[in-house]
Design a protein around this ligand. Structure first.
Ligand SMILES: O=C(O)CCC(=O)C(=O)O
Length: 410
């Protein structure tokens, strides 16, 4: 059993897990701008007229718009009147460039595309070399005279300044036409019922089929959080969990992956019985996974279950396709008398930390609760002595390819 410190550390056995410790759409973007349109609208548009220094239209100029956050790039070429239109742009900040050979480039590095608006970028191109760039950042008018659609946008600058309620959906109430209420989705837009609302977050529909509200919790799994946010990198690499991993592995632990696991209420699927090391393909199998409950977990919402002592078995248990997204492999002979006799269910409060060896067989039930999610963070560490097992990797890849081929997926 693993303890938290002191004398308990002497008797560590890294195989036995132990507890330590949406008229009618509201589009919400949690990263850039928050938008409340009063029409079925998900996008903004970029439009304008490119002229030369004499004010004459420039046909054939290329307009390139790159989303500063996603790097997604869109292009249009001006027509005979120098006009162009790039529709269906996700709201956000863009770098927009207008160019044509024989003219200097004109560029705006920070053009804000707002939901339901036609944003104008109408540069004047001076004669010159394309390698000369005229920076027009900040000069673009944000007034849209082309649409009668009613929208309300909260920019990230406002977002930072105004008081926020407990969820960012509360910002919908800053739009003049939005009222709160208990009926259905909880927001009435221009007097319409909440049931007519539809919510999207960064382009993903998050409207709950259960109660019409915007759900922030339908993301099932995320990997490598440490690569995208310093907070998670710090939590993984320099935190107490790292220290514990070193203690139980008995050697320096190399942080590999910080994962987010969720089982949203009603739709959270089973986590099939598996051994993490079957995915890792390392030798020796010196690795552990920490599992931190972010909310209370029990049998109803799908807490973890371990097979005590399963890390001591020879080799690996046979695994096969599970058809569970995120956990494609499950133990095919699971359910032996030994598995059943040694199953330990691990309920606990938010903050409970579990840690298991990469050979420990573990699984979790589907989330059967109609209301409670089941969110957790996973911390994967390899021991310093672990090396990629190239042969096992090749065999695994060949098996996956054969399975996907048989299922007509490749
Ligand atoms: O959270 C879950 O359901 C699965 C977690 C898991 O299998 C792991 O951390 O190794």
């Amino acid at each position: 059993m693993w303890g938290k410190g002191g004398a308990a550390m002497e008797k560590l056995d890294p195989g036995d897990p132990q507890r330590i410790g949406g008229y009618r759409l509201l589009a919400l973007s949690n990263t850039n701008a928050i938008h409340f349109p009063a029409a079925q609208e998900r996008y903004g548009a970029l439009t304008g007229t490119v002229v030369d220094s004499a004010g004459l239209p420039v046909p054939g100029a290329t307009i390139t718009a790159k989303n500063n956050q996603t790097n997604k790039t869109y292009q249009a070429v001006t027509n005979g009147e120098g006009q162009y239109l790039i529709p269906d742009l996700d709201p956000g900040r863009y770098t927009v460039v207008a160019e044509l050979s024989g003219f200097q480039k004109s560029q705006d590095d920070n053009l804000l595309i707002l939901l339901g608006r036609n944003i104008e970028f109408s540069p004047k191109l001076a004669l010159g070399n394309v390698s000369e760039v005229v920076d027009v950042t900040g000069t673009t008018p944000q007034i849209d005279v082309r649409t009668a659609t009613v929208t309300h946008n909260v920019t990230s600058e406002e977002f930072d300044r105004i008081p926020k309620a407990r969820s960012f959906q509360g910002l919908a109430l800053t739009a003049p036409s939005v009222n709160s209420g208990d009926i259905e989705g909880g927001f009435q837009v221009n007097g319409a019922s909440g049931a007519e609302n539809s919510f999207t977050v960064d382009g993903v529909v998050t409207t709950s089929l259960i109660n019409g509200k915007s759900r922030q919790d339908t993301v099932k799994q995320m990997m490598f959080l440490e690569r995208y946010d310093a907070y998670f990198a710090d939590l993984l690499k320099s935190g107490a969990v790292h220290e514990l991993a070193e203690t139980v592995l008995g050697e320096p632990a190399i942080a590999q992956n910080m994962e987010y696991f969720n089982k949203p209420p009603g739709i959270g699927k089973q986590t099939p019985p598996h051994q993490d090391g079957y995915y890792f393909k390392i030798a020796p199998p010196q690795a552990v996974t920490g599992w931190l409950a972010l909310e209370p977990v029990d049998d109803e919402n799908g807490c973890l279950n371990y097979v005590r002592g399963s890390h001591r078995g020879e080799g690996w248990r046979p695994h096969g396709r599970s058809d569970i997204l995120g956990f494609s492999q499950g133990v095919t002979d699971f359910g032996t008398p030994d598995d059943l006799a040694n199953t330990v269910t691990m309920p606990g409060q938010a903050g409970m930390l579990l840690m298991h060896h990469c050979k420990t067989v573990h699984w979790a039930s589907p989330n059967r609760s109609p209301t409670r999610s089941r969110r957790a963070l996973g911390f994967v560490f390899y021991g310093e002595s672990a090396r990629p097992d190239e042969e096992a990797r090749r065999a695994y890849q060949a098996k996956l390819d054969a399975e996907l081929k048989a299922a007509n997926k490749i």
